[in-house]
Design a protein around this ligand. Structure first.
Ligand SMILES: C[S@@+](CC[C@H](N)C(=O)[O-])C[C@H]1O[C@@H](n2cnc3c(N)ncnc32)[C@H](O)[C@@H]1O
Length: 264
């Protein structure tokens, strides 16, 4: 499947700057060779087709920069209908999102279905804010813990806490300080409803503005948020080059003044 990127020179420089701490000579040369092939084939055009080999290498290199291992897939055993498989949000999608959306020092983020923890380490590293990941698969949770240890070795200077919790997202008690909630298609609409209702109960009890960052929004998630909740879309960010239209972020916001209240 093709992966399209924009200016190849800009991208390769960005990749080197991002990864320069940790590239071996062999890896640098592999990237140079891949790019020189792409660039020489497309000399006069501004867009290039980047193959999945490049995509996977960029993913691995971004992992290396954080000292974590988050690539790959883990399926649930057969018969599990409500919990979706593990697969990480692509780094390229995260880089694109945070070109136009930012997190403040006062924000606290929860990733519901954090998998091996890519989101929480990436955001902790970029914004230095408290993050929590919740994961229901025991093996994946163990991997997230190993990643946390490895990541913290590198990020000792960042004081904000990182929590990785084992258990179902729908049972998580949301803290009054948490205000940014991340979802990459972790579970069925039935579970999603429960988690969103927990968020709404929390904001009614402790009024505050909250954002939902939703990667790969499915029709049922969108329909539920639109019809049954006061959340509004404030941002839409497509993942560069992806063919599947769902490969994008929708950012939803509930402003404090719009929190529905029950009449006494
Ligand atoms: C598509 S992955 C997303 C991983 C990560 N959030 C990311 O974007 O890189 C979804 C994850 O949610 C986990 N999951 C599924 N149902 C869950 C539940 N009810 N509670 C907690 N985690 C769950 C899966 O095991 C999987 O690791």
């Amino acid at each position: 499947m093709p992966f399209k990127g924009c200016c190849p020179y800009y991208r390769v420089v960005k990749l080197f700057v991002y990864m320069s701490v940790d590239l071996t000579t062999a890896e640098i040369w592999t990237i140079v060779l891949i790019y020189s092939k792409i660039i020489s084939k497309n000399e006069k055009v501004k867009t290039v087709e980047i193959n999945w080999g490049y995509f996977l290498m960029a993913e691995r290199l971004a992992d290396r920069a954080l000292r974590v291992r988050t690539t790959g897939i883990r399926e649930w055993h057969r018969g599990e209908v409500h919990y979706n498989r593990y697969e990480a949000t692509p780094y390229v999608a995260l880089d694109k999102l945070f070109e136009t959306y930012s997190l403040d020092k006062t924000d606290e983020l929860v990733d519901f279905g954090c998998g091996r923890g890519r989101i929480i380490f990436y955001i902790h590293n970029k914004f230095e804010i408290p993050v929590t990941g919740i994961e229901a698969n025991d093996k994946t949770y163990e991997e997230a813990l190993r990643n946390k240890n490895a990541y913290l070795h590198r990020a000792r200077h960042i004081k904000a806490p990182i929590r990785v919790l084992y258990g179902p997202a729908e049972g998580y008690k949301i803290k009054p300080t948490e205000n940014r909630f991340y979802f990459f298609n972790p579970f069925s609409i039935k579970i999603f409803r429960k988690v969103i209702n927990n968020i709404l109960a929390s904001v009614k009890e402790h009024p505050r503005s909250v954002d939902l960052l939703i990667y790969y929004p499915t029709a049922v998630y969108k329909q539920f948020l639109w019809k049954d909740t006061p959340f509004e879309i404030i941002n839409k960010v497509k993942t560069p080059g992806m063919v599947d239209k769902k490969e994008k972020f929708l950012v939803y916001r509930l402003r404090q003044q719009d929190i529905p209240y029950e009449a006494e």
